[in-house]
Ligand binder design. Sequence first.
Ligand code: HMG
Ligand code: MG
Length: 311
Amino acid sequence: MKFPKRVYLTEVGPRDGLQNEKQPVPAATKIELIRRLTDAGVRQFEATSFVSPKWVPQMADAVEVMAGIQRPAGSRVSVLAPNVRGLEGALASGADEVVIFGAASEAFSHRNINCSIAESIERFRPVAEGALANGLRLRAAISVAFGCPYQGEVPLESVLDVVRRMRDLGCHEIGIADTIGVGTPEHVYRTFEAAAKEVPLANLSGHFHDTYGQALGNTLACLEVGVDKFDSSISGLGGCPYAKGATGNVATEDLVYMLHGMGIETGLDLDGLVDAGQWISDQLGRPNGSRAGRALLSRRASAAQAAEAAA
Ligand code: HMG
Ligand code: MG
């Protein structure tokens, strides 16, 4: 089987990972998380969202976070922007990439951004034009492409319709998202194969929440199609405020472990990611959600014990 030799990961932990945390996470913690991630080689990351603080209170400190982060050479800092006000925030804060986010089901579109799919595209139009006119990269996310918590099944044609609309807005990249993690590999394969007939394969990315434990399998299905761009979240942090019970994205550490094991380059340092994942889990007071992270930490602890015993 032929897989891409290099895969490009966008770290979404600081945004998708933290947006659903009930307790306010201090901006300083978000900034420190991003520093630790960039130390581990991360260069593409979603730092925050310029959205209504009434809708997503955790992202209310977007300006502070953007002002505080370090941006090593080659960084691509992305922010979510649902409307022109969000675009203004993105431009003022020096973001490199704007992410517009729509949905493949009407019900989810209403819950997440309070408008229909058609209305959302009209709202995104000036955001897309403004981002492109200012030389920013433009990415789209399409939620609930494999199942919707409100509507249930989502027909492939609905997904492709939104893919075409996002393409026509000039998006450089279109992320097809499994918001509630219900997709399985054959479904994912079929969807990406069909989407690749609408836009070049190089412009597609996968965004898999791991609620049902399918995210790595779904990623492998995408790799078989030839997709080489994925989102992931450090230590599997996250969930969507408008998709109850949805857990985080595939853990970055798990994905990197798999990709490196397959001989696929990511440019990321797995050990550094494991440290960053444990650090943020400690900060949030929750168990580390990365299985590879936990396994590597326990292997390290055993090696340290053995070395101590031998000394
Ligand atoms: P609305 O209530 O219809 O809009 O919300 P509005 O224009 O009437 O504004 C309401 C209030 O928000 C007003 O304030 C606006 O000023 C303010 P008020 O007058 O009441 O004091 N406002 C803003 N404030 C800051 N920045 C802005 C902004 N816009 C309006 N950009 C709206 C519509 C889109 C604004 C709202 O629904 C919203 O912000 N939604 C965001 C939802 C969200 O962030 N969801 C999570 C991210 S998407 C996701 O996680 C999925 C993804 O990971 C892929 C996947 O897994 O599926 C990407
Ligand atoms: Mg998501």
